[in-house]
Design a binder for this molecule. Structure first.
Ligand code: 13P
Ligand code: ZN
Ligand code: NA
Length: 283
């Protein structure tokens, strides 16, 4: 049975570890991350963006994750990542999804609150947990001056108000991470994270974890991050292996021969990320 992220993240908060949220796109990659989690006895969040849902078809994607949740005795959540449309979220909830992010972070605070609260009110009727985001991710600039940081990064006082007014179950914070890999090693604003943690008591979420040194992720977990989102670092080895196998065997047409090795290398990365999150042995 698919679970919501409520208990998963509260347990992680108590146990001072994080649950990995892996962005994947099809049956092969869903199976890969779930197998990694099952082997390490880790709870896992399988995440899909609207683009992935459009590619795979929400009924297919959600059903495959649900099948995994019935096959393995670890907690598995099916999470709607960076969704922006109320209708898409409502549709996926009706299909069985129990966890959703409504991303209205590019709107001003008032509109962000309005859009998120609308989803929270609907989702909570179905025991579905909701993640909101305050602050702007990406465009990591090392020389960002304090004022610029204040306008882009999550403001702790605003975060408190945002959580209270929306009723969200978890909060994605902007503390210097970006989606994709980094040109230079990012410097996360740990002081800001600690300030947010001091005034907000719900689980906190770190987006853009690909490319972050493990020590930085671990420090963020110590300071209250309970969900770590990973997309790019899973895709890259899968694609690289696929390319390698197909280039080395231009005549090969059997999907089992090229997806198999690609799954293997992705699984290794997923296992490393689970160990980084400290969620192994928690299921
Ligand atoms: P990365 O691609 O940097 O891992 O970001 C993942 C993410 O935040 C998904 O929501
Ligand atoms: Zn993200
Ligand atoms: Na990243």
């Amino acid at each position: 049975m698919l679970v919501s992220t409520k208990q998963l993240l509260l347990d992680a908060q108590k146990g001072k570890y994080a649950v990995p949220a892996f962005n994947v796109h099809n049956m092969e990659t869903i199976q890969t991350v779930v197998e990694a989690a099952a082997e390490l006895r880790s709870p896992i969040i399988v995440a899909a963006t609207p683009g992935t849902m459009k590619y795979a078809g929400p009924e297919f994607f959600i059903k495959i994750v649900e099948v995994c949740s019935n096959k393995y005795d670890i907690p598995i959540a099916m999470h709607l990542d960076h969704h922006e449309s109320f209708d898409d979220i409502a549709h996926a909830i009706q299909l069985g999804s129990k966890s959703a992010m409504i991303d209205a972070s590019h709107y001003d605070l008032e509109e962000n609150i309005r859009r998120v609260k609308e989803v929270v009110d609907y989702a909570h009727r179905y025991d579905v947990t909701v993640e909101g985001e305050l602050g702007v991710l990406g465009g990591q600039e090392d020389d960002l001056i304090r004022d610029a940081k204040d306008s882009k990064y999550t403001n702790p006082a605003q975060a408190k108000e945002y959580v209270e007014k929306t009723g969200i179950d978890s909060l994605a914070v902007a503390i210097g991470t970006a989606h994709g890999m980094y040109k230079e090693e990012p410097k996360l604003d740990f002081d800001r994270l600690a300030e947010i943690r001091a005034v907000v008591d719900i689980p906190l979420v770190l987006h853009g974890a690909s490319g972050l040194p493990a020590e930085q992720v671990k420090k963020a977990i110590e300071l209250g991050i309970t969900k770590v989102n990973i997309a790019t670092e899973l895709k890259m080895p899968f694609a690289a292996k696929l390319r390698e196998v197909l280039n080395a065997n231009p005549e090969e047409s059997d999907p089992r021969k090229y997806f198999g090795p690609a799954k293997e290398v992705m699984k290794k990365v997923a296992m490393e990320k689970i160990l980084m999150c400290g969620s192994n042995g928690k299921a």
